[in-house]
Design a protein around this ligand. Structure first.
Ligand code: ADP
Ligand code: ADP
Length: 242
């Protein structure tokens, strides 16, 4: 099933559209796919993830989501909010709230990215709590549920971040160098956990440095160079020079 389609996506950090760092990027993500994005530093990987999760604006392009294709610069604020909420993101530095316990960090995934006064006083529903507990259990983090996030190891923090991302009920999970700060054992646990997410039907798009990991875990790889998509295929068909 097609989850996301990006057509002719372009991004320039300049107002007049000069020196685009993403040039006519087009690709489609389907449920079940575990897709790595590779490319040299400055290729545009991080910009692409941020454009996809709505934290920076695209310059032009079309996005298919919720069963329709629409020009991304014509999104109204409601459409922008809806689209953002369908893309969950995890980061290299986890971005947990250090002083809060694990379960509360996970529940925070239920808050929208533009909180209203009401949402600050919101009590999480029993349903939400049960879901948070199930997610923690799924990644073997339930024994740590009441610990403060700051007391966890890096690998544990990233598993909590994955639970928080899934709490958002996303259609798609984006991961920006999620294992860059982890030791090999935890790197494999996180790569494995993201594989389970993909197998569960939510496509995962992950920004990675290590070709070894790409080949070991991912079902597909897209390669960026100087803002252009220069490869899209199976990791085994990767040419050396990306
Ligand atoms: P990657 O993640 O592949 O290393 P980036 O998306 O970070 O690449 O960067 C792509 C290009 O965009 C680089 O030339 C970088 O200098 C430029 N760039 C990134 N962020 C900004 C910004 N906020 N303002 C202007 N240029 C930027
Ligand atoms: P250790 O003390 O060995 O570093 P952690 O405290 O980091 O272990 O891990 C906590 C839990 O993570 C353990 O119960 C372990 O069973 C579990 N675990 C093992 N493999 C995975 C995996 N692939 N994904 C998620 N959790 C895992």
């Amino acid at each position: 099933k097609k989850i996301l389609e990006v057509k002719q996506l372009t991004k320039s950090y300049h107002k007049n559209g000069e020196q685009p760092v993403l040039k006519n990027i087009s690709f489609t993500l389907h449920s079940g796919e575990y897709v790595a994005m590779i490319g040299r530093s400055g290729a545009g990987k991080s910009t692409l993830l941020h454009v996809l999760n709505g934290s920076i604006d695209a310059t032009s392009g079309e996005i298919y989501y919720a069963e329709k294709t629409k020009n991304i610069i014509e999104f109204n604020s409601k459409e922008m909010r809806q689209w953002r909420s369908t893309c969950a993101t995890i980061f290299q530095d986890f971005c947990l709230v250090p002083r809060l316990d694990v379960i509360t960090n996970v529940l925070l995934g239920r808050l929208s990215d533009t909180p209203t006064i009401k949402s600050f006083f919101k009590q999480f529903s029993k349903e939400d709590r049960v879901k948070a507990i199930r997610l923690l259990e799924w990644l073997n983090m339930l024994p740590h549920a009441l610990q403060r996030a700051e007391n966890l190891s890096g690998g544990q923090m990233q598993r909590v971040a994955i639970c928080r991302a899934l709490m958002q009920n996303p259609s798609l999970l984006l991961a920006d160098e999620p294992v860059a700060s982890l030791d090999p054992k935890n790197t494999h646990r996180i790569m494995d956990a993201l594989g389970k997410v993909a197998q569960g039907g939510i496509p995962v798009l992950i920004n990675l440095h290590s070709i070894e990991l790409v080949k070991q875990y991912c079902t597909r790889v897209i390669g960026l160079a100087k803002g252009e998509l220069i490869f899209d295929g199976h990791p085994n068909n990767l040419t050396e020079d990306i």
